[in-house]
Design a protein around this ligand. Structure first.
Ligand code: GEK
Length: 244
């Protein structure tokens, strides 16, 4: 996997135009997400453990919005359930190309992995027992999110699990300001300058649309998940496991 340092927003120029998951982002993605998302490694590692617990024989395990395949790798190196296959999906060709070329020598598990270029908001899902949707729903148009979750719920076997990790916003404005400030401190502590933070923020503003925790929980319940359990919370990031 790429270990290039993220310096994409060190010039003001880069902030012009929206954020895209192109070759430049793919190059620095591991460094970018580690320095921007508190607890990212914990969510990825936990996804492997959750997949191991909920995988059912002869079903698909999806990693939707797989980027460079960090979650895919965590799942592949934990799950040994017979007849399972991992399907990793992204709509960035640059991400998928790099994921495929860099993961092979780090895989120790027995499950086959299929890399699929596609839009998760329109694709048809095969019967599955685990779906990871880590930090990806936030990039889907808001009016398409419920349909996507409903499609996932319909494809999941009874007792199957959806892993959902997201950046969130607080209902209370003061709490939002506090967590926002702490998130900026987290980025500064990880070496990002004020220029880089402002540039990334401007670029991603209309691309990543976070919602409140209650919006997520209520929607998961509405589409049919019978249990929604939070397994991670740090600053303005949360993750849940939802059982079909
Ligand atoms: C990880 N889960 O490392 N269809 C398919 N992929 C999409 C779509 C879509 N409609 N929209 C966005 N993506 C990963 C991290 S990153 C999170 C996920 C982040 C993809 C997009 O190309 C990108 O690779 C990924 O979702 C989001 O565990 O960058 O903050």
């Amino acid at each position: 996997m790429s270990d290039c340092e993220d310096n994409l927003f060190q010039t003001a120029f880069r902030s012009i135009g929206g954020f895209r998951f192109d070759e430049n982002v793919a190059q620095v993605f591991p460094d970018m997400i580690r320095r921007s998302v508190p607890g990212y490694g914990h969510v990825v590692g936990s996804s492997g453990l959750i997949a191991k617990r909920f995988a059912q024989p002869n079903t698909v395990i999806y990693d939707l919005g797989c980027s460079l395949g960090a979650t895919t790798l965590a799942i592949a190196n934990q799950v040994t359930t017979p007849g399972c296959r991992i399907v990793a999906v992204d709509n960035s060709e640059a991400m998928l190309a790099q994921a495929q070329s860099s993961l092979t020598d780090r895989l120790v598990g027995p499950l086959p992995i299929e890399w699929v270029y596609g839009d998760i908001s329109t694709m048809a899902f095969e019967p599955c027992s685990v779906v990871a949707l880590n930090f990806t729903l936030q990039f889907i148009e808001q009016n398409k999110r419920e349909q996507l979750l409903s499609n996932i719920h319909r494809a999941l076997c009874p007792g199957g699990a959806l892993i959902l990790a997201e950046k969130i916003v607080q209902e209370d404005l003061k709490s939002q300001d506090t967590l926002d400030a702490l998130h900026l401190d987290f980025k500064r502590a990880n070496g990002y300058s004020e220029l880089e933070i402002a540039g990334k923020r401007q670029a991603i503003e209309n691309v990543l649309i976070p919602e409140t925790a209650n919006t997520h929980i209520n929607r998961l319940t509405r589409v049919g998940f019978t249990e929604v359990t939070e397994f991670f919370h740090c600053l303005n990031f949360k993750a849940w496991v939802a059982i079909a």
